[in-house]
Ligand binder design. Structure first.
Ligand SMILES: NC(=O)c1ccc[n+]([C@@H]2O[C@H](COP(=O)([O-])OP(=O)(O)OC[C@H]3O[C@@H](n4cnc5c(N)ncnc54)[C@H](OP(=O)(O)O)[C@@H]3O)[C@@H](O)[C@H]2O)c1
Length: 267
């Protein structure tokens, strides 16, 4: 299937590393030019150069903190000026796993609010800033990256679940609001996903528990129906489909891309 992503213009937030970088790379491989966004300029420039050299597409680094409305608006304005349109937004910037953790008496209001500000309000800020450009073109794709903690209480990790659940409603709202203008909005929930952070994290966990890295990985994979850990590049394939004109049949949905993690069914 041709995903028809040739010469589309995409913005991917949180794209200097991890899942966002893998998504930026896949969209570029599919023929899109990509604006990559994150806070740290040095990391972002390195990533942009690497992905551009690898794919032959324009990959433009624009720094912005998605907790700042003026910075988001400036980033989107620069992207629109550079390319003349914006077709695709991938909202991904956030601290994986959330930052407000229990036990209850130690959860700080500031951590809770910071996390919601980055992941829920941050995604809203970016959607609001790109919407006029997509409406003008009568076409757009917004893909929000959530997390499977939206569907399970993740124990002590309270803000991760609260923010990812919040994105379910935000996604549906945006889909209804923007659908008449040819824009679809969907939410992808990764499970535990392999990124460049995973190797060192698994090694550290293995050291702490006196077990092997293979045992740590097997334990992570055991929760998945496929008994393997999803790689960021595989998550990016899912996002590329939702970024494509071919995904027109789906909007306002939350889709798990965690290798069949967990046992719950969702109607
Ligand atoms: N990895 C997983 O297993 C997993 C599982 C479920 C869900 N997720 C979700 O997937 C997304 C990406 O996770 P990841 O593991 O790839 O994270 P990561 O490796 O830590 O990368 C996060 C990216 O977001 C950027 N960022 C963070 N806060 C930002 C802000 N306020 N403004 C702009 N950029 C910001 C970071 O760059 P700077 O620090 O330079 O800004 C970086 O580029 C997150 O939404 C996470 O919750 C991940």
């Amino acid at each position: 299937m041709d995903l028809e992503l040739e010469n589309k213009i995409a913005i991917v937030t949180g794209a200097s590393r991890g899942i966002g970088k893998a998504i930026a790379r896949e969209l570029a491989v599919c023929g899109s030019d990509v604006v990559v966004c994150a806070r740290n300029a040095e990391d972002l420039e390195l990533t942009a150069r690497e992905v551009s050299e690898e794919t032959g597409r324009q990959v433009v680094p624009i720094t912005a903190d998605t907790t700042s409305t003026p910075q988001v608006e400036s980033m989107v304005a620069q992207a629109a000026q550079r390319f003349g349109k914006i077709d695709i937004l991938v909202n991904n910037a956030a601290a994986p796993g959330g930052i407000a953790r229990g036990p209850l008496e130690t959860i700080s209001d500031d951590d809770m609010l910071d996390d919601l500000n980055t992941k829920v309000v941050g995604y809203l800020r970016c959607a609001r800033a790109v919407a006029p450009h997509m409406i003008q073109n009568g076409w757009g794709r917004i893909i929000n990256i959530g997390g499977l903690s939206a569907r399970n209480s993740s124990g002590s990790n309270v803000s991760a679940g609260v923010r990812n659940s919040g994105l379910v409603n935000l996604t549906k709202y945006l889909a209804q609001e923007l659908g008449p203008s040819g824009i679809t909005v969907n939410l992808i929930h990764p499970g535990a996903t392999r990124t460049e952070r995973s190797g060192p994290a698994y090694e550290e966990q293995a050291r702490r528990e006196g077990i092997t890295v293979e045992q740590v990985e097997a334990r992570v994979a055991a929760n998945n129906a496929t008994k393997r850990i999803v790689d960021a590049s595989e998550l990016a394939y899912v996002v590329a489909f939702f970024a494509s004109p071919r995904s027109i049949a789906i909007s306002g949905e939350a889709i798990a891309a965690g290798g069949g993690a967990g046992t719950a069914v969702h109607h």
